[in-house]
Ligand binder design. Structure first.
Ligand SMILES: [Zn+2]
Length: 296
């Protein structure tokens, strides 16, 4: 199931990658290594990932990285357990890793986490966001997989969009693999910060099923910490609504003005806000609506 999904998207992302690699002007950042004093294992390979190779966000909540293969090898996988990095000197959560089986998945309801204030945290609301809150306290290692809840080392300031549309579907894939096999999964999530910014630009998610060395589950994606229709200042978490934005019909591949009657009747899960250059939409196969004439 996972592989079909990845395959379908791969061709598209390769095109996007090539296109945006050229115009990408993002800064190079070093991925944090697990600190020496951490109880976690030394993990190799993360330094080969570079944020500047990630195409800028356009339409889709994530992009495949390294051909969908984690940067760690099957031989690097440590003993089952949960390995969280210490907070860095700027109070930011770092890389989180776990090797888990279905026995580690929680059976109780999740508890309260409202007392944790991840770096860059602030309350911002927009009526066009599901649940209205721009930022969620976003688990690096999901509660449904690990039972981790209010550990500050495992929480970052993440957009609703990254949480629900970026990370959750992959967490669900991992949960599925755990639930319906007797395998363990090695799962690593790395928040990616630029310089001293408190709000991550996104997270690198890597996973591999352990006993079959990735035959059942292999994953390496970058999820963007963005919210369609909102412009975010990663240096302090401040944000504002983008002025020009369109509504996309992701199934029919049309773009519309926000108040178009045709898009209003489209189910929520099929539509998405987009801000930016409509040339990019056309290059990615989206056509302007004939009713509302979005650029008219
Ligand atoms: Zn329209």
């Amino acid at each position: 199931m996972r592989k079909d999904h990845i395959l379908r998207k791969t061709a598209l992302f390769l095109c996007l990658f090539t296109l945006f690699f050229i115009i990408s002007s993002c800064k190079r950042v070093e991925l944090p290594e697990l600190p020496q004093e951490s109880s976690g294992p030394e993990v190799s390979g993360t330094d080969v990932f570079s944020y500047e190779e990630i195409p800028p966000y356009l339409i889709y909540p994530y992009t495949e990285v390294n051909g969908g293969r984690p940067f760690f090898d099957a031989e690097d996988i440590p003993e089952p357990g949960i390995y969280l990095s210490d907070m860095d000197s700027l109070g930011r959560a770092g890389q989180a890793m776990c090797v888990i089986g279905k026995e580690d998945m929680p059976t109780e309801e999740r508890g309260e986490i409202g007392m944790v204030k991840p770096s860059g945290w602030r309350i911002s609301r927009y009526d066009f966001i599901d649940g209205t809150y721009l930022y969620n306290r976003c688990h690096l290692l999901g509660y449904q997989l690990t039972g981790l809840n209010a550990e500050e080392e495992n929480l970052i300031t993440g957009t609703r969009y990254m949480n629900v549309h970026g990370m959750l579907p992959f967490e669900n894939d991992i949960a599925y693999c755990l639930r319906y096999s007797d395998m363990h999964v090695c799962y690593r999530v790395t928040p990616v910060y630029v310089k001293e910014e408190p709000v991550a630009r996104g997270v690198l998610m890597e996973a591999m099923s352990v006993e079959d060395k990735g035959k059942s589950l292999l994953l390496c994606v970058f999820c963007y910490n963005v919210q369609p229709g909102v412009s975010i200042e990663y240096g302090d978490g401040s944000n504002e609504e983008r002025e020009t934005s369109y509504e996309l019909d992701m199934t029919d591949k049309e773009y519309h003005q926000k108040n178009c009657k045709k898009i209003i009747s489209v189910p929520d899960e099929q539509k998405q806000l987009f801000s930016g250059d409509t040339d990019m939409l056309r290059k990615n196969g989206f056509a302007p609506c004939r009713d509302c004439i979005p650029e008219g």
